[in-house]
Design a protein around this ligand. Structure first.
Ligand code: E4P
Length: 218
């Protein structure tokens, strides 16, 4: 399973990359706003800076919601760097744009997926990734991981090229259960990636090893 970090914060992206486990990055307009990135030039420069850090790809989301606007914005974002994947919302014109982009060699990530039907539609339209949001479904007392399992099972039965990119991953168990289901990519905050490091038996075990070494060498 690939690890993407879900942030537009350059320090966090560098930290995950330096850990040696980062494949790519996903952003969204809220994450860009959180970093105070505004204005076309600043947005483009920021995406370029992210692309310069990561090895795999970087999802950059369009703001337009009409077909012509999505195509124009997506084509422009794709020109920033070969690593850019255009993130398109699951709306009617978004589906049409996914088809256009896939026919024109531009990679896409279809975002805001909350049902299996939407995931099927995105795959049929040629999306490279679908992003089902686990945490936001959990937030409304709906089984987010259940949706992931459903999509993985459906895609397994066909030769869709679309990869399942589990999004809105809020904690380590989300990530581990995604891995158990054979999800292609999980995108999550830095805290979820570093959360995988922790185990109290690792901490107490290391403390004992170091104490015994010190005793033996004093
Ligand atoms: C997906 O690409 C989104 O950016 C993201 O995972 C949403 O997560 P949230 O529900 O924690 O905001």
């Amino acid at each position: 399973m690939k690890f993407f970090i879900d942030t537009a914060n350059l320090d966090e992206i560098k930290e995950a990359h330096d850990l040696g486990v980062l494949d790519g990055v996903t952003t969204n307009p809220s994450l860009m706003a959180k970093e105070g990135i505004k204005g076309e030039d600043n947005v483009r420069n920021h995406y370029k800076a992210i692309c310069d850090i990561v090895d795999d790809n970087v999802s950059a989301e369009v703001i337009a919601t009409d077909f012509d606007g999505i195509v124009k914005e997506g084509e422009s974002l794709a020109k920033i760097d070969d690593k850019i994947v255009v993130k398109v919302p699951m709306i009617r014109d978004g589906v049409k744009a996914l088809k256009y982009f896939s026919s024109n060699g531009i990679r896409t990530n279809c975002t805001l997926i909350f049902s299996a039907g939407q995931a099927i539609l995105a795959a049929k339209a040629g999306a490279n990734y679908v992003s089902p949001f686990i945490g936001r479904l959990d937030d409304i007392a709906t089984d987010g991981l259940g949706l992931i399992e459903q999509i993985v099972n459906i895609y397994d039965q066909y030769d869709y090229q679309t990869e399942v990119l589990a999004a809105s991953v809020r904690h380590t168990m989300h990530l581990i259960q995604c891995a158990e289901m054979g999800v292609d990519v999980a995108t999550c905050p830095l805290s979820v990636i570093t959360g995988l490091l922790r185990h109290p038996l690792t901490d107490s075990g290391l403390e004992k090893f170091l104490a015994d070494h010190k005793k033996n060498n004093s």
